[in-house]
Design a binder for this molecule. Structure first.
Ligand SMILES: NC(=O)C1=CN([C@@H]2O[C@H](COP(=O)(O)OP(=O)(O)OC[C@H]3O[C@@H](n4cnc5c(N)ncnc54)[C@H](O)[C@@H]3O)[C@@H](O)[C@H]2O)C=CC1
Ligand SMILES: CC(=O)C(=O)O
Ligand SMILES: [Mg+2]
Length: 563
């Protein structure tokens, strides 16, 4: 592997304009020579500081804020002032700061987006301005965008329609691409499509900064998304697009429409499936079992639930089951009960996951469709996954009924942010007397129960997407296949301390995310090549490309471009 020392950067800006360019600003770390060359002398306090000193001051200020949203606002302000310092600070305090820049606090930031708005970041692509789409993309002034996260803000975490507040989630996800996947912030672009909002509170809020009308109709919406995708790929032909937090009626259709045309994926469907299958493989290995032996119940048959279910079925088939046998082991419970043959108004992707009448013929339940509790009694499942966005659905009765039929159940309440969780880890551990393998979508503190401490794994797609992005960039992948995502799942499972040693956490610690992302990138890049979807390069070259593309928050020396 070759290590490269980065040479100087040639910079066309000087004076206040340089200090106001967050990708280039070094603040007090500009050297004497640089201050002279770039007309900065006198614009900064006289002492020349190192980035370590800057981090120390920033952390001191960060620590002085008591509530999490203020910490978030403070960190975002640094990001908008000096991106290198922001990522260095986050890197040095990753476990503490991830919950502030990402879930759960990013949920508050999306809800309060217009109230706490300070300065520009990313692109607001508004339906009203659709005839200027090419100009809007040019205005991004980023010639080499490699990763875009785009949302229309209609289903932000489990918090519903946040309109342009969805920009917060695009920003948060891309911060993780950099902090955990090494994608240079010069190459990332957060986008929100402003197509209106159906959130009455926002429509009535005088502070709301998005278009004040209901969401546009489906035909206009589809044409607008099409126009956006074409314009994006005209401007940046090799970019990877991550669709984020689209509501159920649009998430799957958009993915189906574009996954064969462009290098894109849906994080809530595919990224979540990859992290959950990886976590389930690890949990099964820890129990000395296979995934194909499990019976899996989902609460919430939406984008995430059905996405995970299909990937679980693929894995069960890889372990030897037929498609039909695998589907029989999956129970999808939504608002009206268990998805069953004869249920009306199901979407195509839900229809594929119904239980047949024959499979339920021996079940004893009242009402038209089995309830979650009925499923616990009649199916005796071994895995329970919550992706409903509704707090409290895993009641004591449900969890105890599950535990009665399964000695060590696997229970994953995955809804975000923390306040939307189907049951808290404390509850799940108490109701199973500590005999459970648990993971949540948002971070939770370890639970103390009867003298033991239970670490809580965070089963969140943030384990997956940074590595996917790095892998796609390293091999210049043209598409993102299910097999590439499965390779990411396998890599995650192989890194599970619990599966490997019988002890510790189900998933590797967050501080190990960068190294894990590189391993995921390698696995994803290999599969992309095998499938003819990418450059054909040697393993050494692939490893080299991963390292070369892994940006580190360090200041580079600047030289002035003289005209
Ligand atoms: N941990 C992670 O990495 C991820 C977590 N999620 C979380 O999963 C949740 C759902 O996300 P999506 O599937 O994209 O949303 P979605 O809107 O497509 O699906 C949610 C489903 O839950 C159903 N539901 C609502 N109330 C219910 C109830 N009382 N009983 C049963 N089902 C009910 C809805 O009808 C809908 O089908 C969100 O809270 C999100 O934060 C999503 C993606 C990743
Ligand atoms: C984690 C994530 O993507 C979600 O909750 O929507
Ligand atoms: Mg999401």
């Amino acid at each position: 592997m070759t290590t490269r020392t980065k040479g100087p950067l040639y910079i066309p800006y000087a004076g206040p304009a340089l200090l106001e360019t967050p990708l280039l600003n070094k603040g007090s770390a500009f050297s004497k020579e640089e201050r002279e060359a770039f007309n900065l002398t006198g614009l900064l306090p006289p002492r020349y500081e190192s980035i370590e000193e800057q981090v120390k001051r920033a952390y001191m200020q960060y620590a002085s804020f008591e509530n999490t949203i203020n910490k978030h606002i403070y960190l975002r302000a640094i990001q908008d002032k000096n991106e290198t310092l922001f990522f260095r600070l986050v890197q040095e305090h990753l476990p503490e700061m991830l919950p502030i820049i990402y879930t759960p606090t990013v949920g508050d930031a999306c809800e309060k987006f217009s109230d706490i708005y300070r300065s520009k970041r990313g692109l607001f692509v508004s339906y009203e301005e659709r005839d200027q789409l090419d100009a809007i993309l040019r205005n991004a002034t980023k010639p080499k965008v490699k990763v875009i996260v785009v949302t229309d803000g209609e289903r932000v975490l489990g918090l519903g329609d946040q309109g342009i507040g969805g920009m917060g989630i695009s920003i948060g996800k891309l911060s993780l691409y950099t902090a955990c996947g090494g994608i240079s912030p010069a190459y990332t672009l957060p986008v929100v499509l402003d197509v209106g909002t159906n959130n009455e509170k926002l429509l009535q809020d005088p502070m709301y900064m998005g278009a004040r009308h209901k969401r546009i109709g489906q035909a206009e919406y589809d044409a607008f998304v099409e126009q956006f995708m074409q314009a994006v790929y005209k401007r940046w032909p090799d970019v990877m697009v991550q669709f984020e937090d689209f509501a159920q009626p649009n998430a799957m259709p958009i993915l189906q429409r574009y996954r064969e045309r462009y290098c894109c994926f849906n994080d809530d469907i595919q990224g979540t499936a990859a992290v959950t299958v990886g976590s389930l493989l690890a949990a099964c290995r820890a129990k000395g079992q296979q995934l194909c032996e499990q019976k899996v119940v989902f609460v919430g048959a939406g984008s995430a639930g059905c996405g995970i279910a299909e990937q679980v079925i693929t894995q069960m088939m890889a372990e030897g089951l037929s498609d039909e046998e695998a589907r029989r082991r999956i129970y999808m419970v939504d608002r009206f009960g268990l998805l069953s043959e004869g249920m009306t108004d199901l979407r195509d992707f839900q229809q594929k996951l119904v239980q047949s009448k024959a499979a339920l013929s021996s079940w004893n339940y009242s009402g038209d469709f089995a309830s979650l509790l009925d499923v616990m009694h009649c199916a005796e499942p071994t895995v329970l996954i919550g992706v409903s966005g509704q707090p409290g659905l895993f009641s004591e009765q449900v969890v105890r009924a599950m535990h009665k039929g399964c000695k060590t159940p696997v229970i994953f309440p995955l809804s975000n942010p923390s306040r939307q969780v189907e049951a808290t880890p404390e509850q799940v551990i108490a109701w199973t007397e500590g005999d459970v393998i648990i993971a949540t979508g948002s971070p939770f503190q370890p639970v103390q129960y009867q003298g033991n401490s239970y670490p809580i794994a965070q089963c969140n797609n943030s384990y997956i997407f940074p590595g996917i992005g790095l892998g796609v960039i390293a091999v210049k992948a043209r598409r993102i296949s299910d097999e590439m995502l499965m390779a990411a799942s396998e890599t995650l499972a192989a890194a599970s301390p619990l599966a490997n040693t019988g002890q510790g956490e189900l998933l590797p610690s967050l501080t190990a995310l960068s190294e894990l992302s590189k391993r995921i990138a390698f696995a994803v890049g290999k599969v992309a090549q095998q499938q003819g979807l990418a450059l054909e390069i040697s393993d050494n070259q692939l490893q080299d490309n991963i390292e070369a593309n892994f940006w580190r928050p360090e200041y580079r020396q600047y030289k002035r471009i003289s005209f």
